[in-house]
Design a binder for this molecule. Structure first.
Ligand code: PA5
Ligand code: NI
Length: 183
């Protein structure tokens, strides 16, 4: 009895040898998250990121495995980023593994404190429970990261009414992490 495993090409994040699901998010879907949201409507059909997942059973105690490919680019001076979310089951964490490219993992707790970790090939990020998370591509190549999370975690995209407390922009050719002021 020998069952062939799924496979991941570590250098690129390409998944194979099993049924896959791909979800592509377009720039036009993301107008609400960028400071210059209107600028997303200049290229609404341009893919911002794709998430590939092994199509495996969910349920209490099960894990999902997926790879996010976040493309390089900026909206105004703000780097491409994922929508970002808390888990619906707030206590459930997640692990991200950097595969290729350069970027940041932005995290924010329920008290509104936010911080970043650099993402690169070989980086490992343990996202605690009760912590919202977003990937940001600060490089010129695709940023790819493997994620493993409880299948019951769910995505809550609505519970950051003011968005994240940090924004990542390019200024004078450099990556700048800026605190957002809410008035
Ligand atoms: O499970 C995760 O946290 C990731 O697979 C994300 O869902 C993925 O990076 C896409 O981001 P978002 O769900 O915020 O659009
Ligand atoms: Ni998540």
């Amino acid at each position: 009895l020998l069952i062939q495993p799924f496979q991941l090409a570590w250098a690129t994040g390409a998944l194979s040898h099993g049924p896959l699901i791909r979800k592509t998010t377009l720039l036009g879907d993301l107008s609400a998250i960028f400071t210059d949201g209107d600028a997303t409507q200049l290229f609404p059909d341009r893919p911002a990121y794709a998430v590939d997942m092994f199509d495996t059973p969910g349920g209490e105690g099960e894990l999902y495995v997926g790879v996010t490919h976040l493309y390089p680019g900026k909206v105004g001076d703000e780097y491409f980023m994922t929508r970002g979310h808390f888990h619906q089951r707030r206590e459930q964490g997640e692990v991200y593994f950097g595969l290729q490219g350069e970027g940041l993992l932005l995290m924010q707790n329920q008290q509104g404190q936010a911080w970043t970790e650099p993402v690169f090939a070989g980086s490992v990020h343990i996202i605690p429970g009760y912590t919202a998370h977003r990937l940001i591509n600060t490089g010129s190549q695709t940023l790819s990261a493997l994620a493993v999370w409880p299948s019951t975690a769910g995505h809550d995209y609505t519970s950051l009414p003011h968005g994240f407390a940090l924004r990542v922009i390019e200024k004078a050719g450099k990556v700048r992490i800026m605190a957002v002021k809410h008035g």
